[in-house]
Design a binder for this molecule. Structure first.
Ligand SMILES: NC(=O)C1=CN([C@@H]2O[C@H](COP(=O)(O)OP(=O)(O)OC[C@H]3O[C@@H](n4cnc5c(N)ncnc54)[C@H](O)[C@@H]3O)[C@@H](O)[C@H]2O)C=CC1
Ligand SMILES: CC(=O)[C@H](N)C(=O)O
Length: 343
């Protein structure tokens, strides 16, 4: 089968690898659509993210969906022809975190495209059947693939308890910030503010329904949020840029008693944070790591037309053009590139 393998930083090789055989509890999926995530681009450029280092050739891609072509002998809930979205992190199912339901925090998780585990830029993937979610006819496989970043958005909104009538400030209008906006709207937020440092990203956020956008290179965020909320502050702030000044700004922009959710990964682990403001204003600060139990919700929201994920796709490329696709994905105004496979 055709596989795009990262053999060195900035070097993909198209290899012919053996087609995997599904284990007894697995489905074999013919991959149809895979999103290019910022983390794929980071591995491509630098060969590592923090402690995760690409030491051996690696297949990238963890936002994927396709068609089931074979099922293992124990699989009863899928059959060939089903179209499925693949949840990319499979936990051990036995550790304390898994047993208490926090399977996304499993330290032995096998997460696609995180070294040493291969991802989905390949013709076929064999995957545990219970981490393959059937797509209804109305949901495309491109949308199925984008259930992954949408899941990050849903989990972040759950972590922030976003609810009806809330004003939500999202810092960073990349794919994750935009998916947080979709999830926040679906959770009942009535006012959504997005920030960025790239004008085109903010224009796109406005097109997609942001009530207010703030270019933080030109406008003071505190002042803009205070004006919009009559001096109260945002109910929930979701940080989705990873930029240090943006992380720091969350504390001033949230209302007293409000919630800050940190999603963006800072390039340095230590970011100075005003602890006294957190205490004085009784601000809840939550980390948000990937997601758990979000795929069913994501698919239902897509099927009901409650969220739009396909609108963030800038371009689709074939597996053979993956090098070009990664270069396009690096352009600052591009939100989402996809790799599509036909057979
Ligand atoms: N916690 C988790 O489970 C996950 C975290 N992430 C992280 O979330 C962040 C966002 O992911 P993507 O949208 O894919 O990244 P991205 O890089 O495509 O988007 C980030 C956006 O933030 C903007 N930005 C940069 N500096 C800013 C500032 N000072 N204020 C406001 N906006 C600023 C950029 O122009 C860009 O549009 C990244 O740090 C990524 O690593 C992504 C997936 C899962
Ligand atoms: C941090 C990422 O972008 C990636 N989706 C992951 O969950 O590892």
């Amino acid at each position: 089968m055709r596989s795009a393998v990262l053999v060195e930083p900035t070097e993909f090789e198209l290899q012919d690898r053996p087609r995997p055989s599904p284990g007894p509890d697995d489905v074999l999926v013919a991959v149809r659509d895979v999103g290019i995530c910022g983390s794929d681009v980071h591995y491509y450029e630098h060969g590592r993210i923090g402690d995760y280092v690409v030491e051996d050739p690696l297949v990238l891609g963890h936002e994927s969906a396709g068609e089931v072509v074979e099922v293992g002998e124990n699989v009863t809930d899928h059959e060939p022809g089903d179209r499925v979205a693949l949840e990319p992190g499979v936990p051990c199912r036995r550790c304390a975190h898994c047993k208490r339901g926090d399977y996304h925090l499993c330290e032995a998780v096998r997460f696609m495209a995180t070294p040493p585990h291969d991802g989905a830029f390949a013709e076929y993937v064999s995957w545990p059947a219970d981490f393959a979610y059937e797509l209804p006819d109305s949901v495309s496989t491109a949308e199925g693939a984008l259930c992954e970043p949408l899941s990050v958005g849903i989990h972040a909104c759950r972590r922030g308890s976003v609810g009806t009538g809330d004003t939500v400030l999202i810092t960073g209008a990349g794919p994750i910030g935009l998916m947080v906006m979709e999830a926040a709207r679906a959770a009942g937020a009535t006012d959504v503010i997005l920030t960025d440092v790239v004008e085109e990203k903010l224009a796109f956020a406005t097109e997609r329904g942001a009530d207010l956008t703030v270019d933080v290179t030109e406008t003071d965020l505190d002042t803009a949020v205070a004006e919009y909320t009559d001096g109260v502050g945002a109910d929930v702030v979701v940080e989705a840029s990873g930029a240090e000044p943006s992380i720091q700004s969350t504390i001033d922009a949230v209302r007293r008693g409000g919630t800050v959710v940190l999603v963006g990964l800072a390039s340095e682990a230590e970011v100075p944070f005003d602890v006294l403001e957190v205490i004085d204003n009784e601000i809840d600060v939550h980390g948000s790591f990937r997601y758990k139990n979000t795929y069913d919700a994501a698919i239902d929201l897509l099927a009901d037309g409650e969220v739009d994920v396909e609108g963030i796709i800038d371009f689709e490329s074939e597996l053979e053009d993956i090098d070009d696709a990664f270069h396009r994905a690096m352009e600052p105004t591009v939100v989402k590139g996809m790799i599509s496979l036909d057979s």
